[in-house]
Design a protein around this ligand. Sequence first.
Ligand SMILES: [Zn+2]
Length: 85
Amino acid sequence: MALVKYKKLTKSRGVTVPKDLAANVGLIGGTAVDLVECDEGILLRKHVPSCVFCGSIESVDTVKGKEVCAKCAGEMRKEINEKYA
Ligand SMILES: [Zn+2]
């Protein structure tokens, strides 16, 4: 059975993940996480980089602080080249 811990949110809705629970799933301080709304509440997981334009998780890189997939980057490159040619 999965380890379940009870924690209270801080007044600013923060929560500290217990060390043993975090270690069990490979989370260390400073790790980016995703908070995903689901039927049971909120799922906290390691951040999965996804494209800000199409949501793809394939070939995603960070450009100027935004995650963009190779396909969208190529489409932007083409569109920019056409506009400013
Ligand atoms: Zn994309």
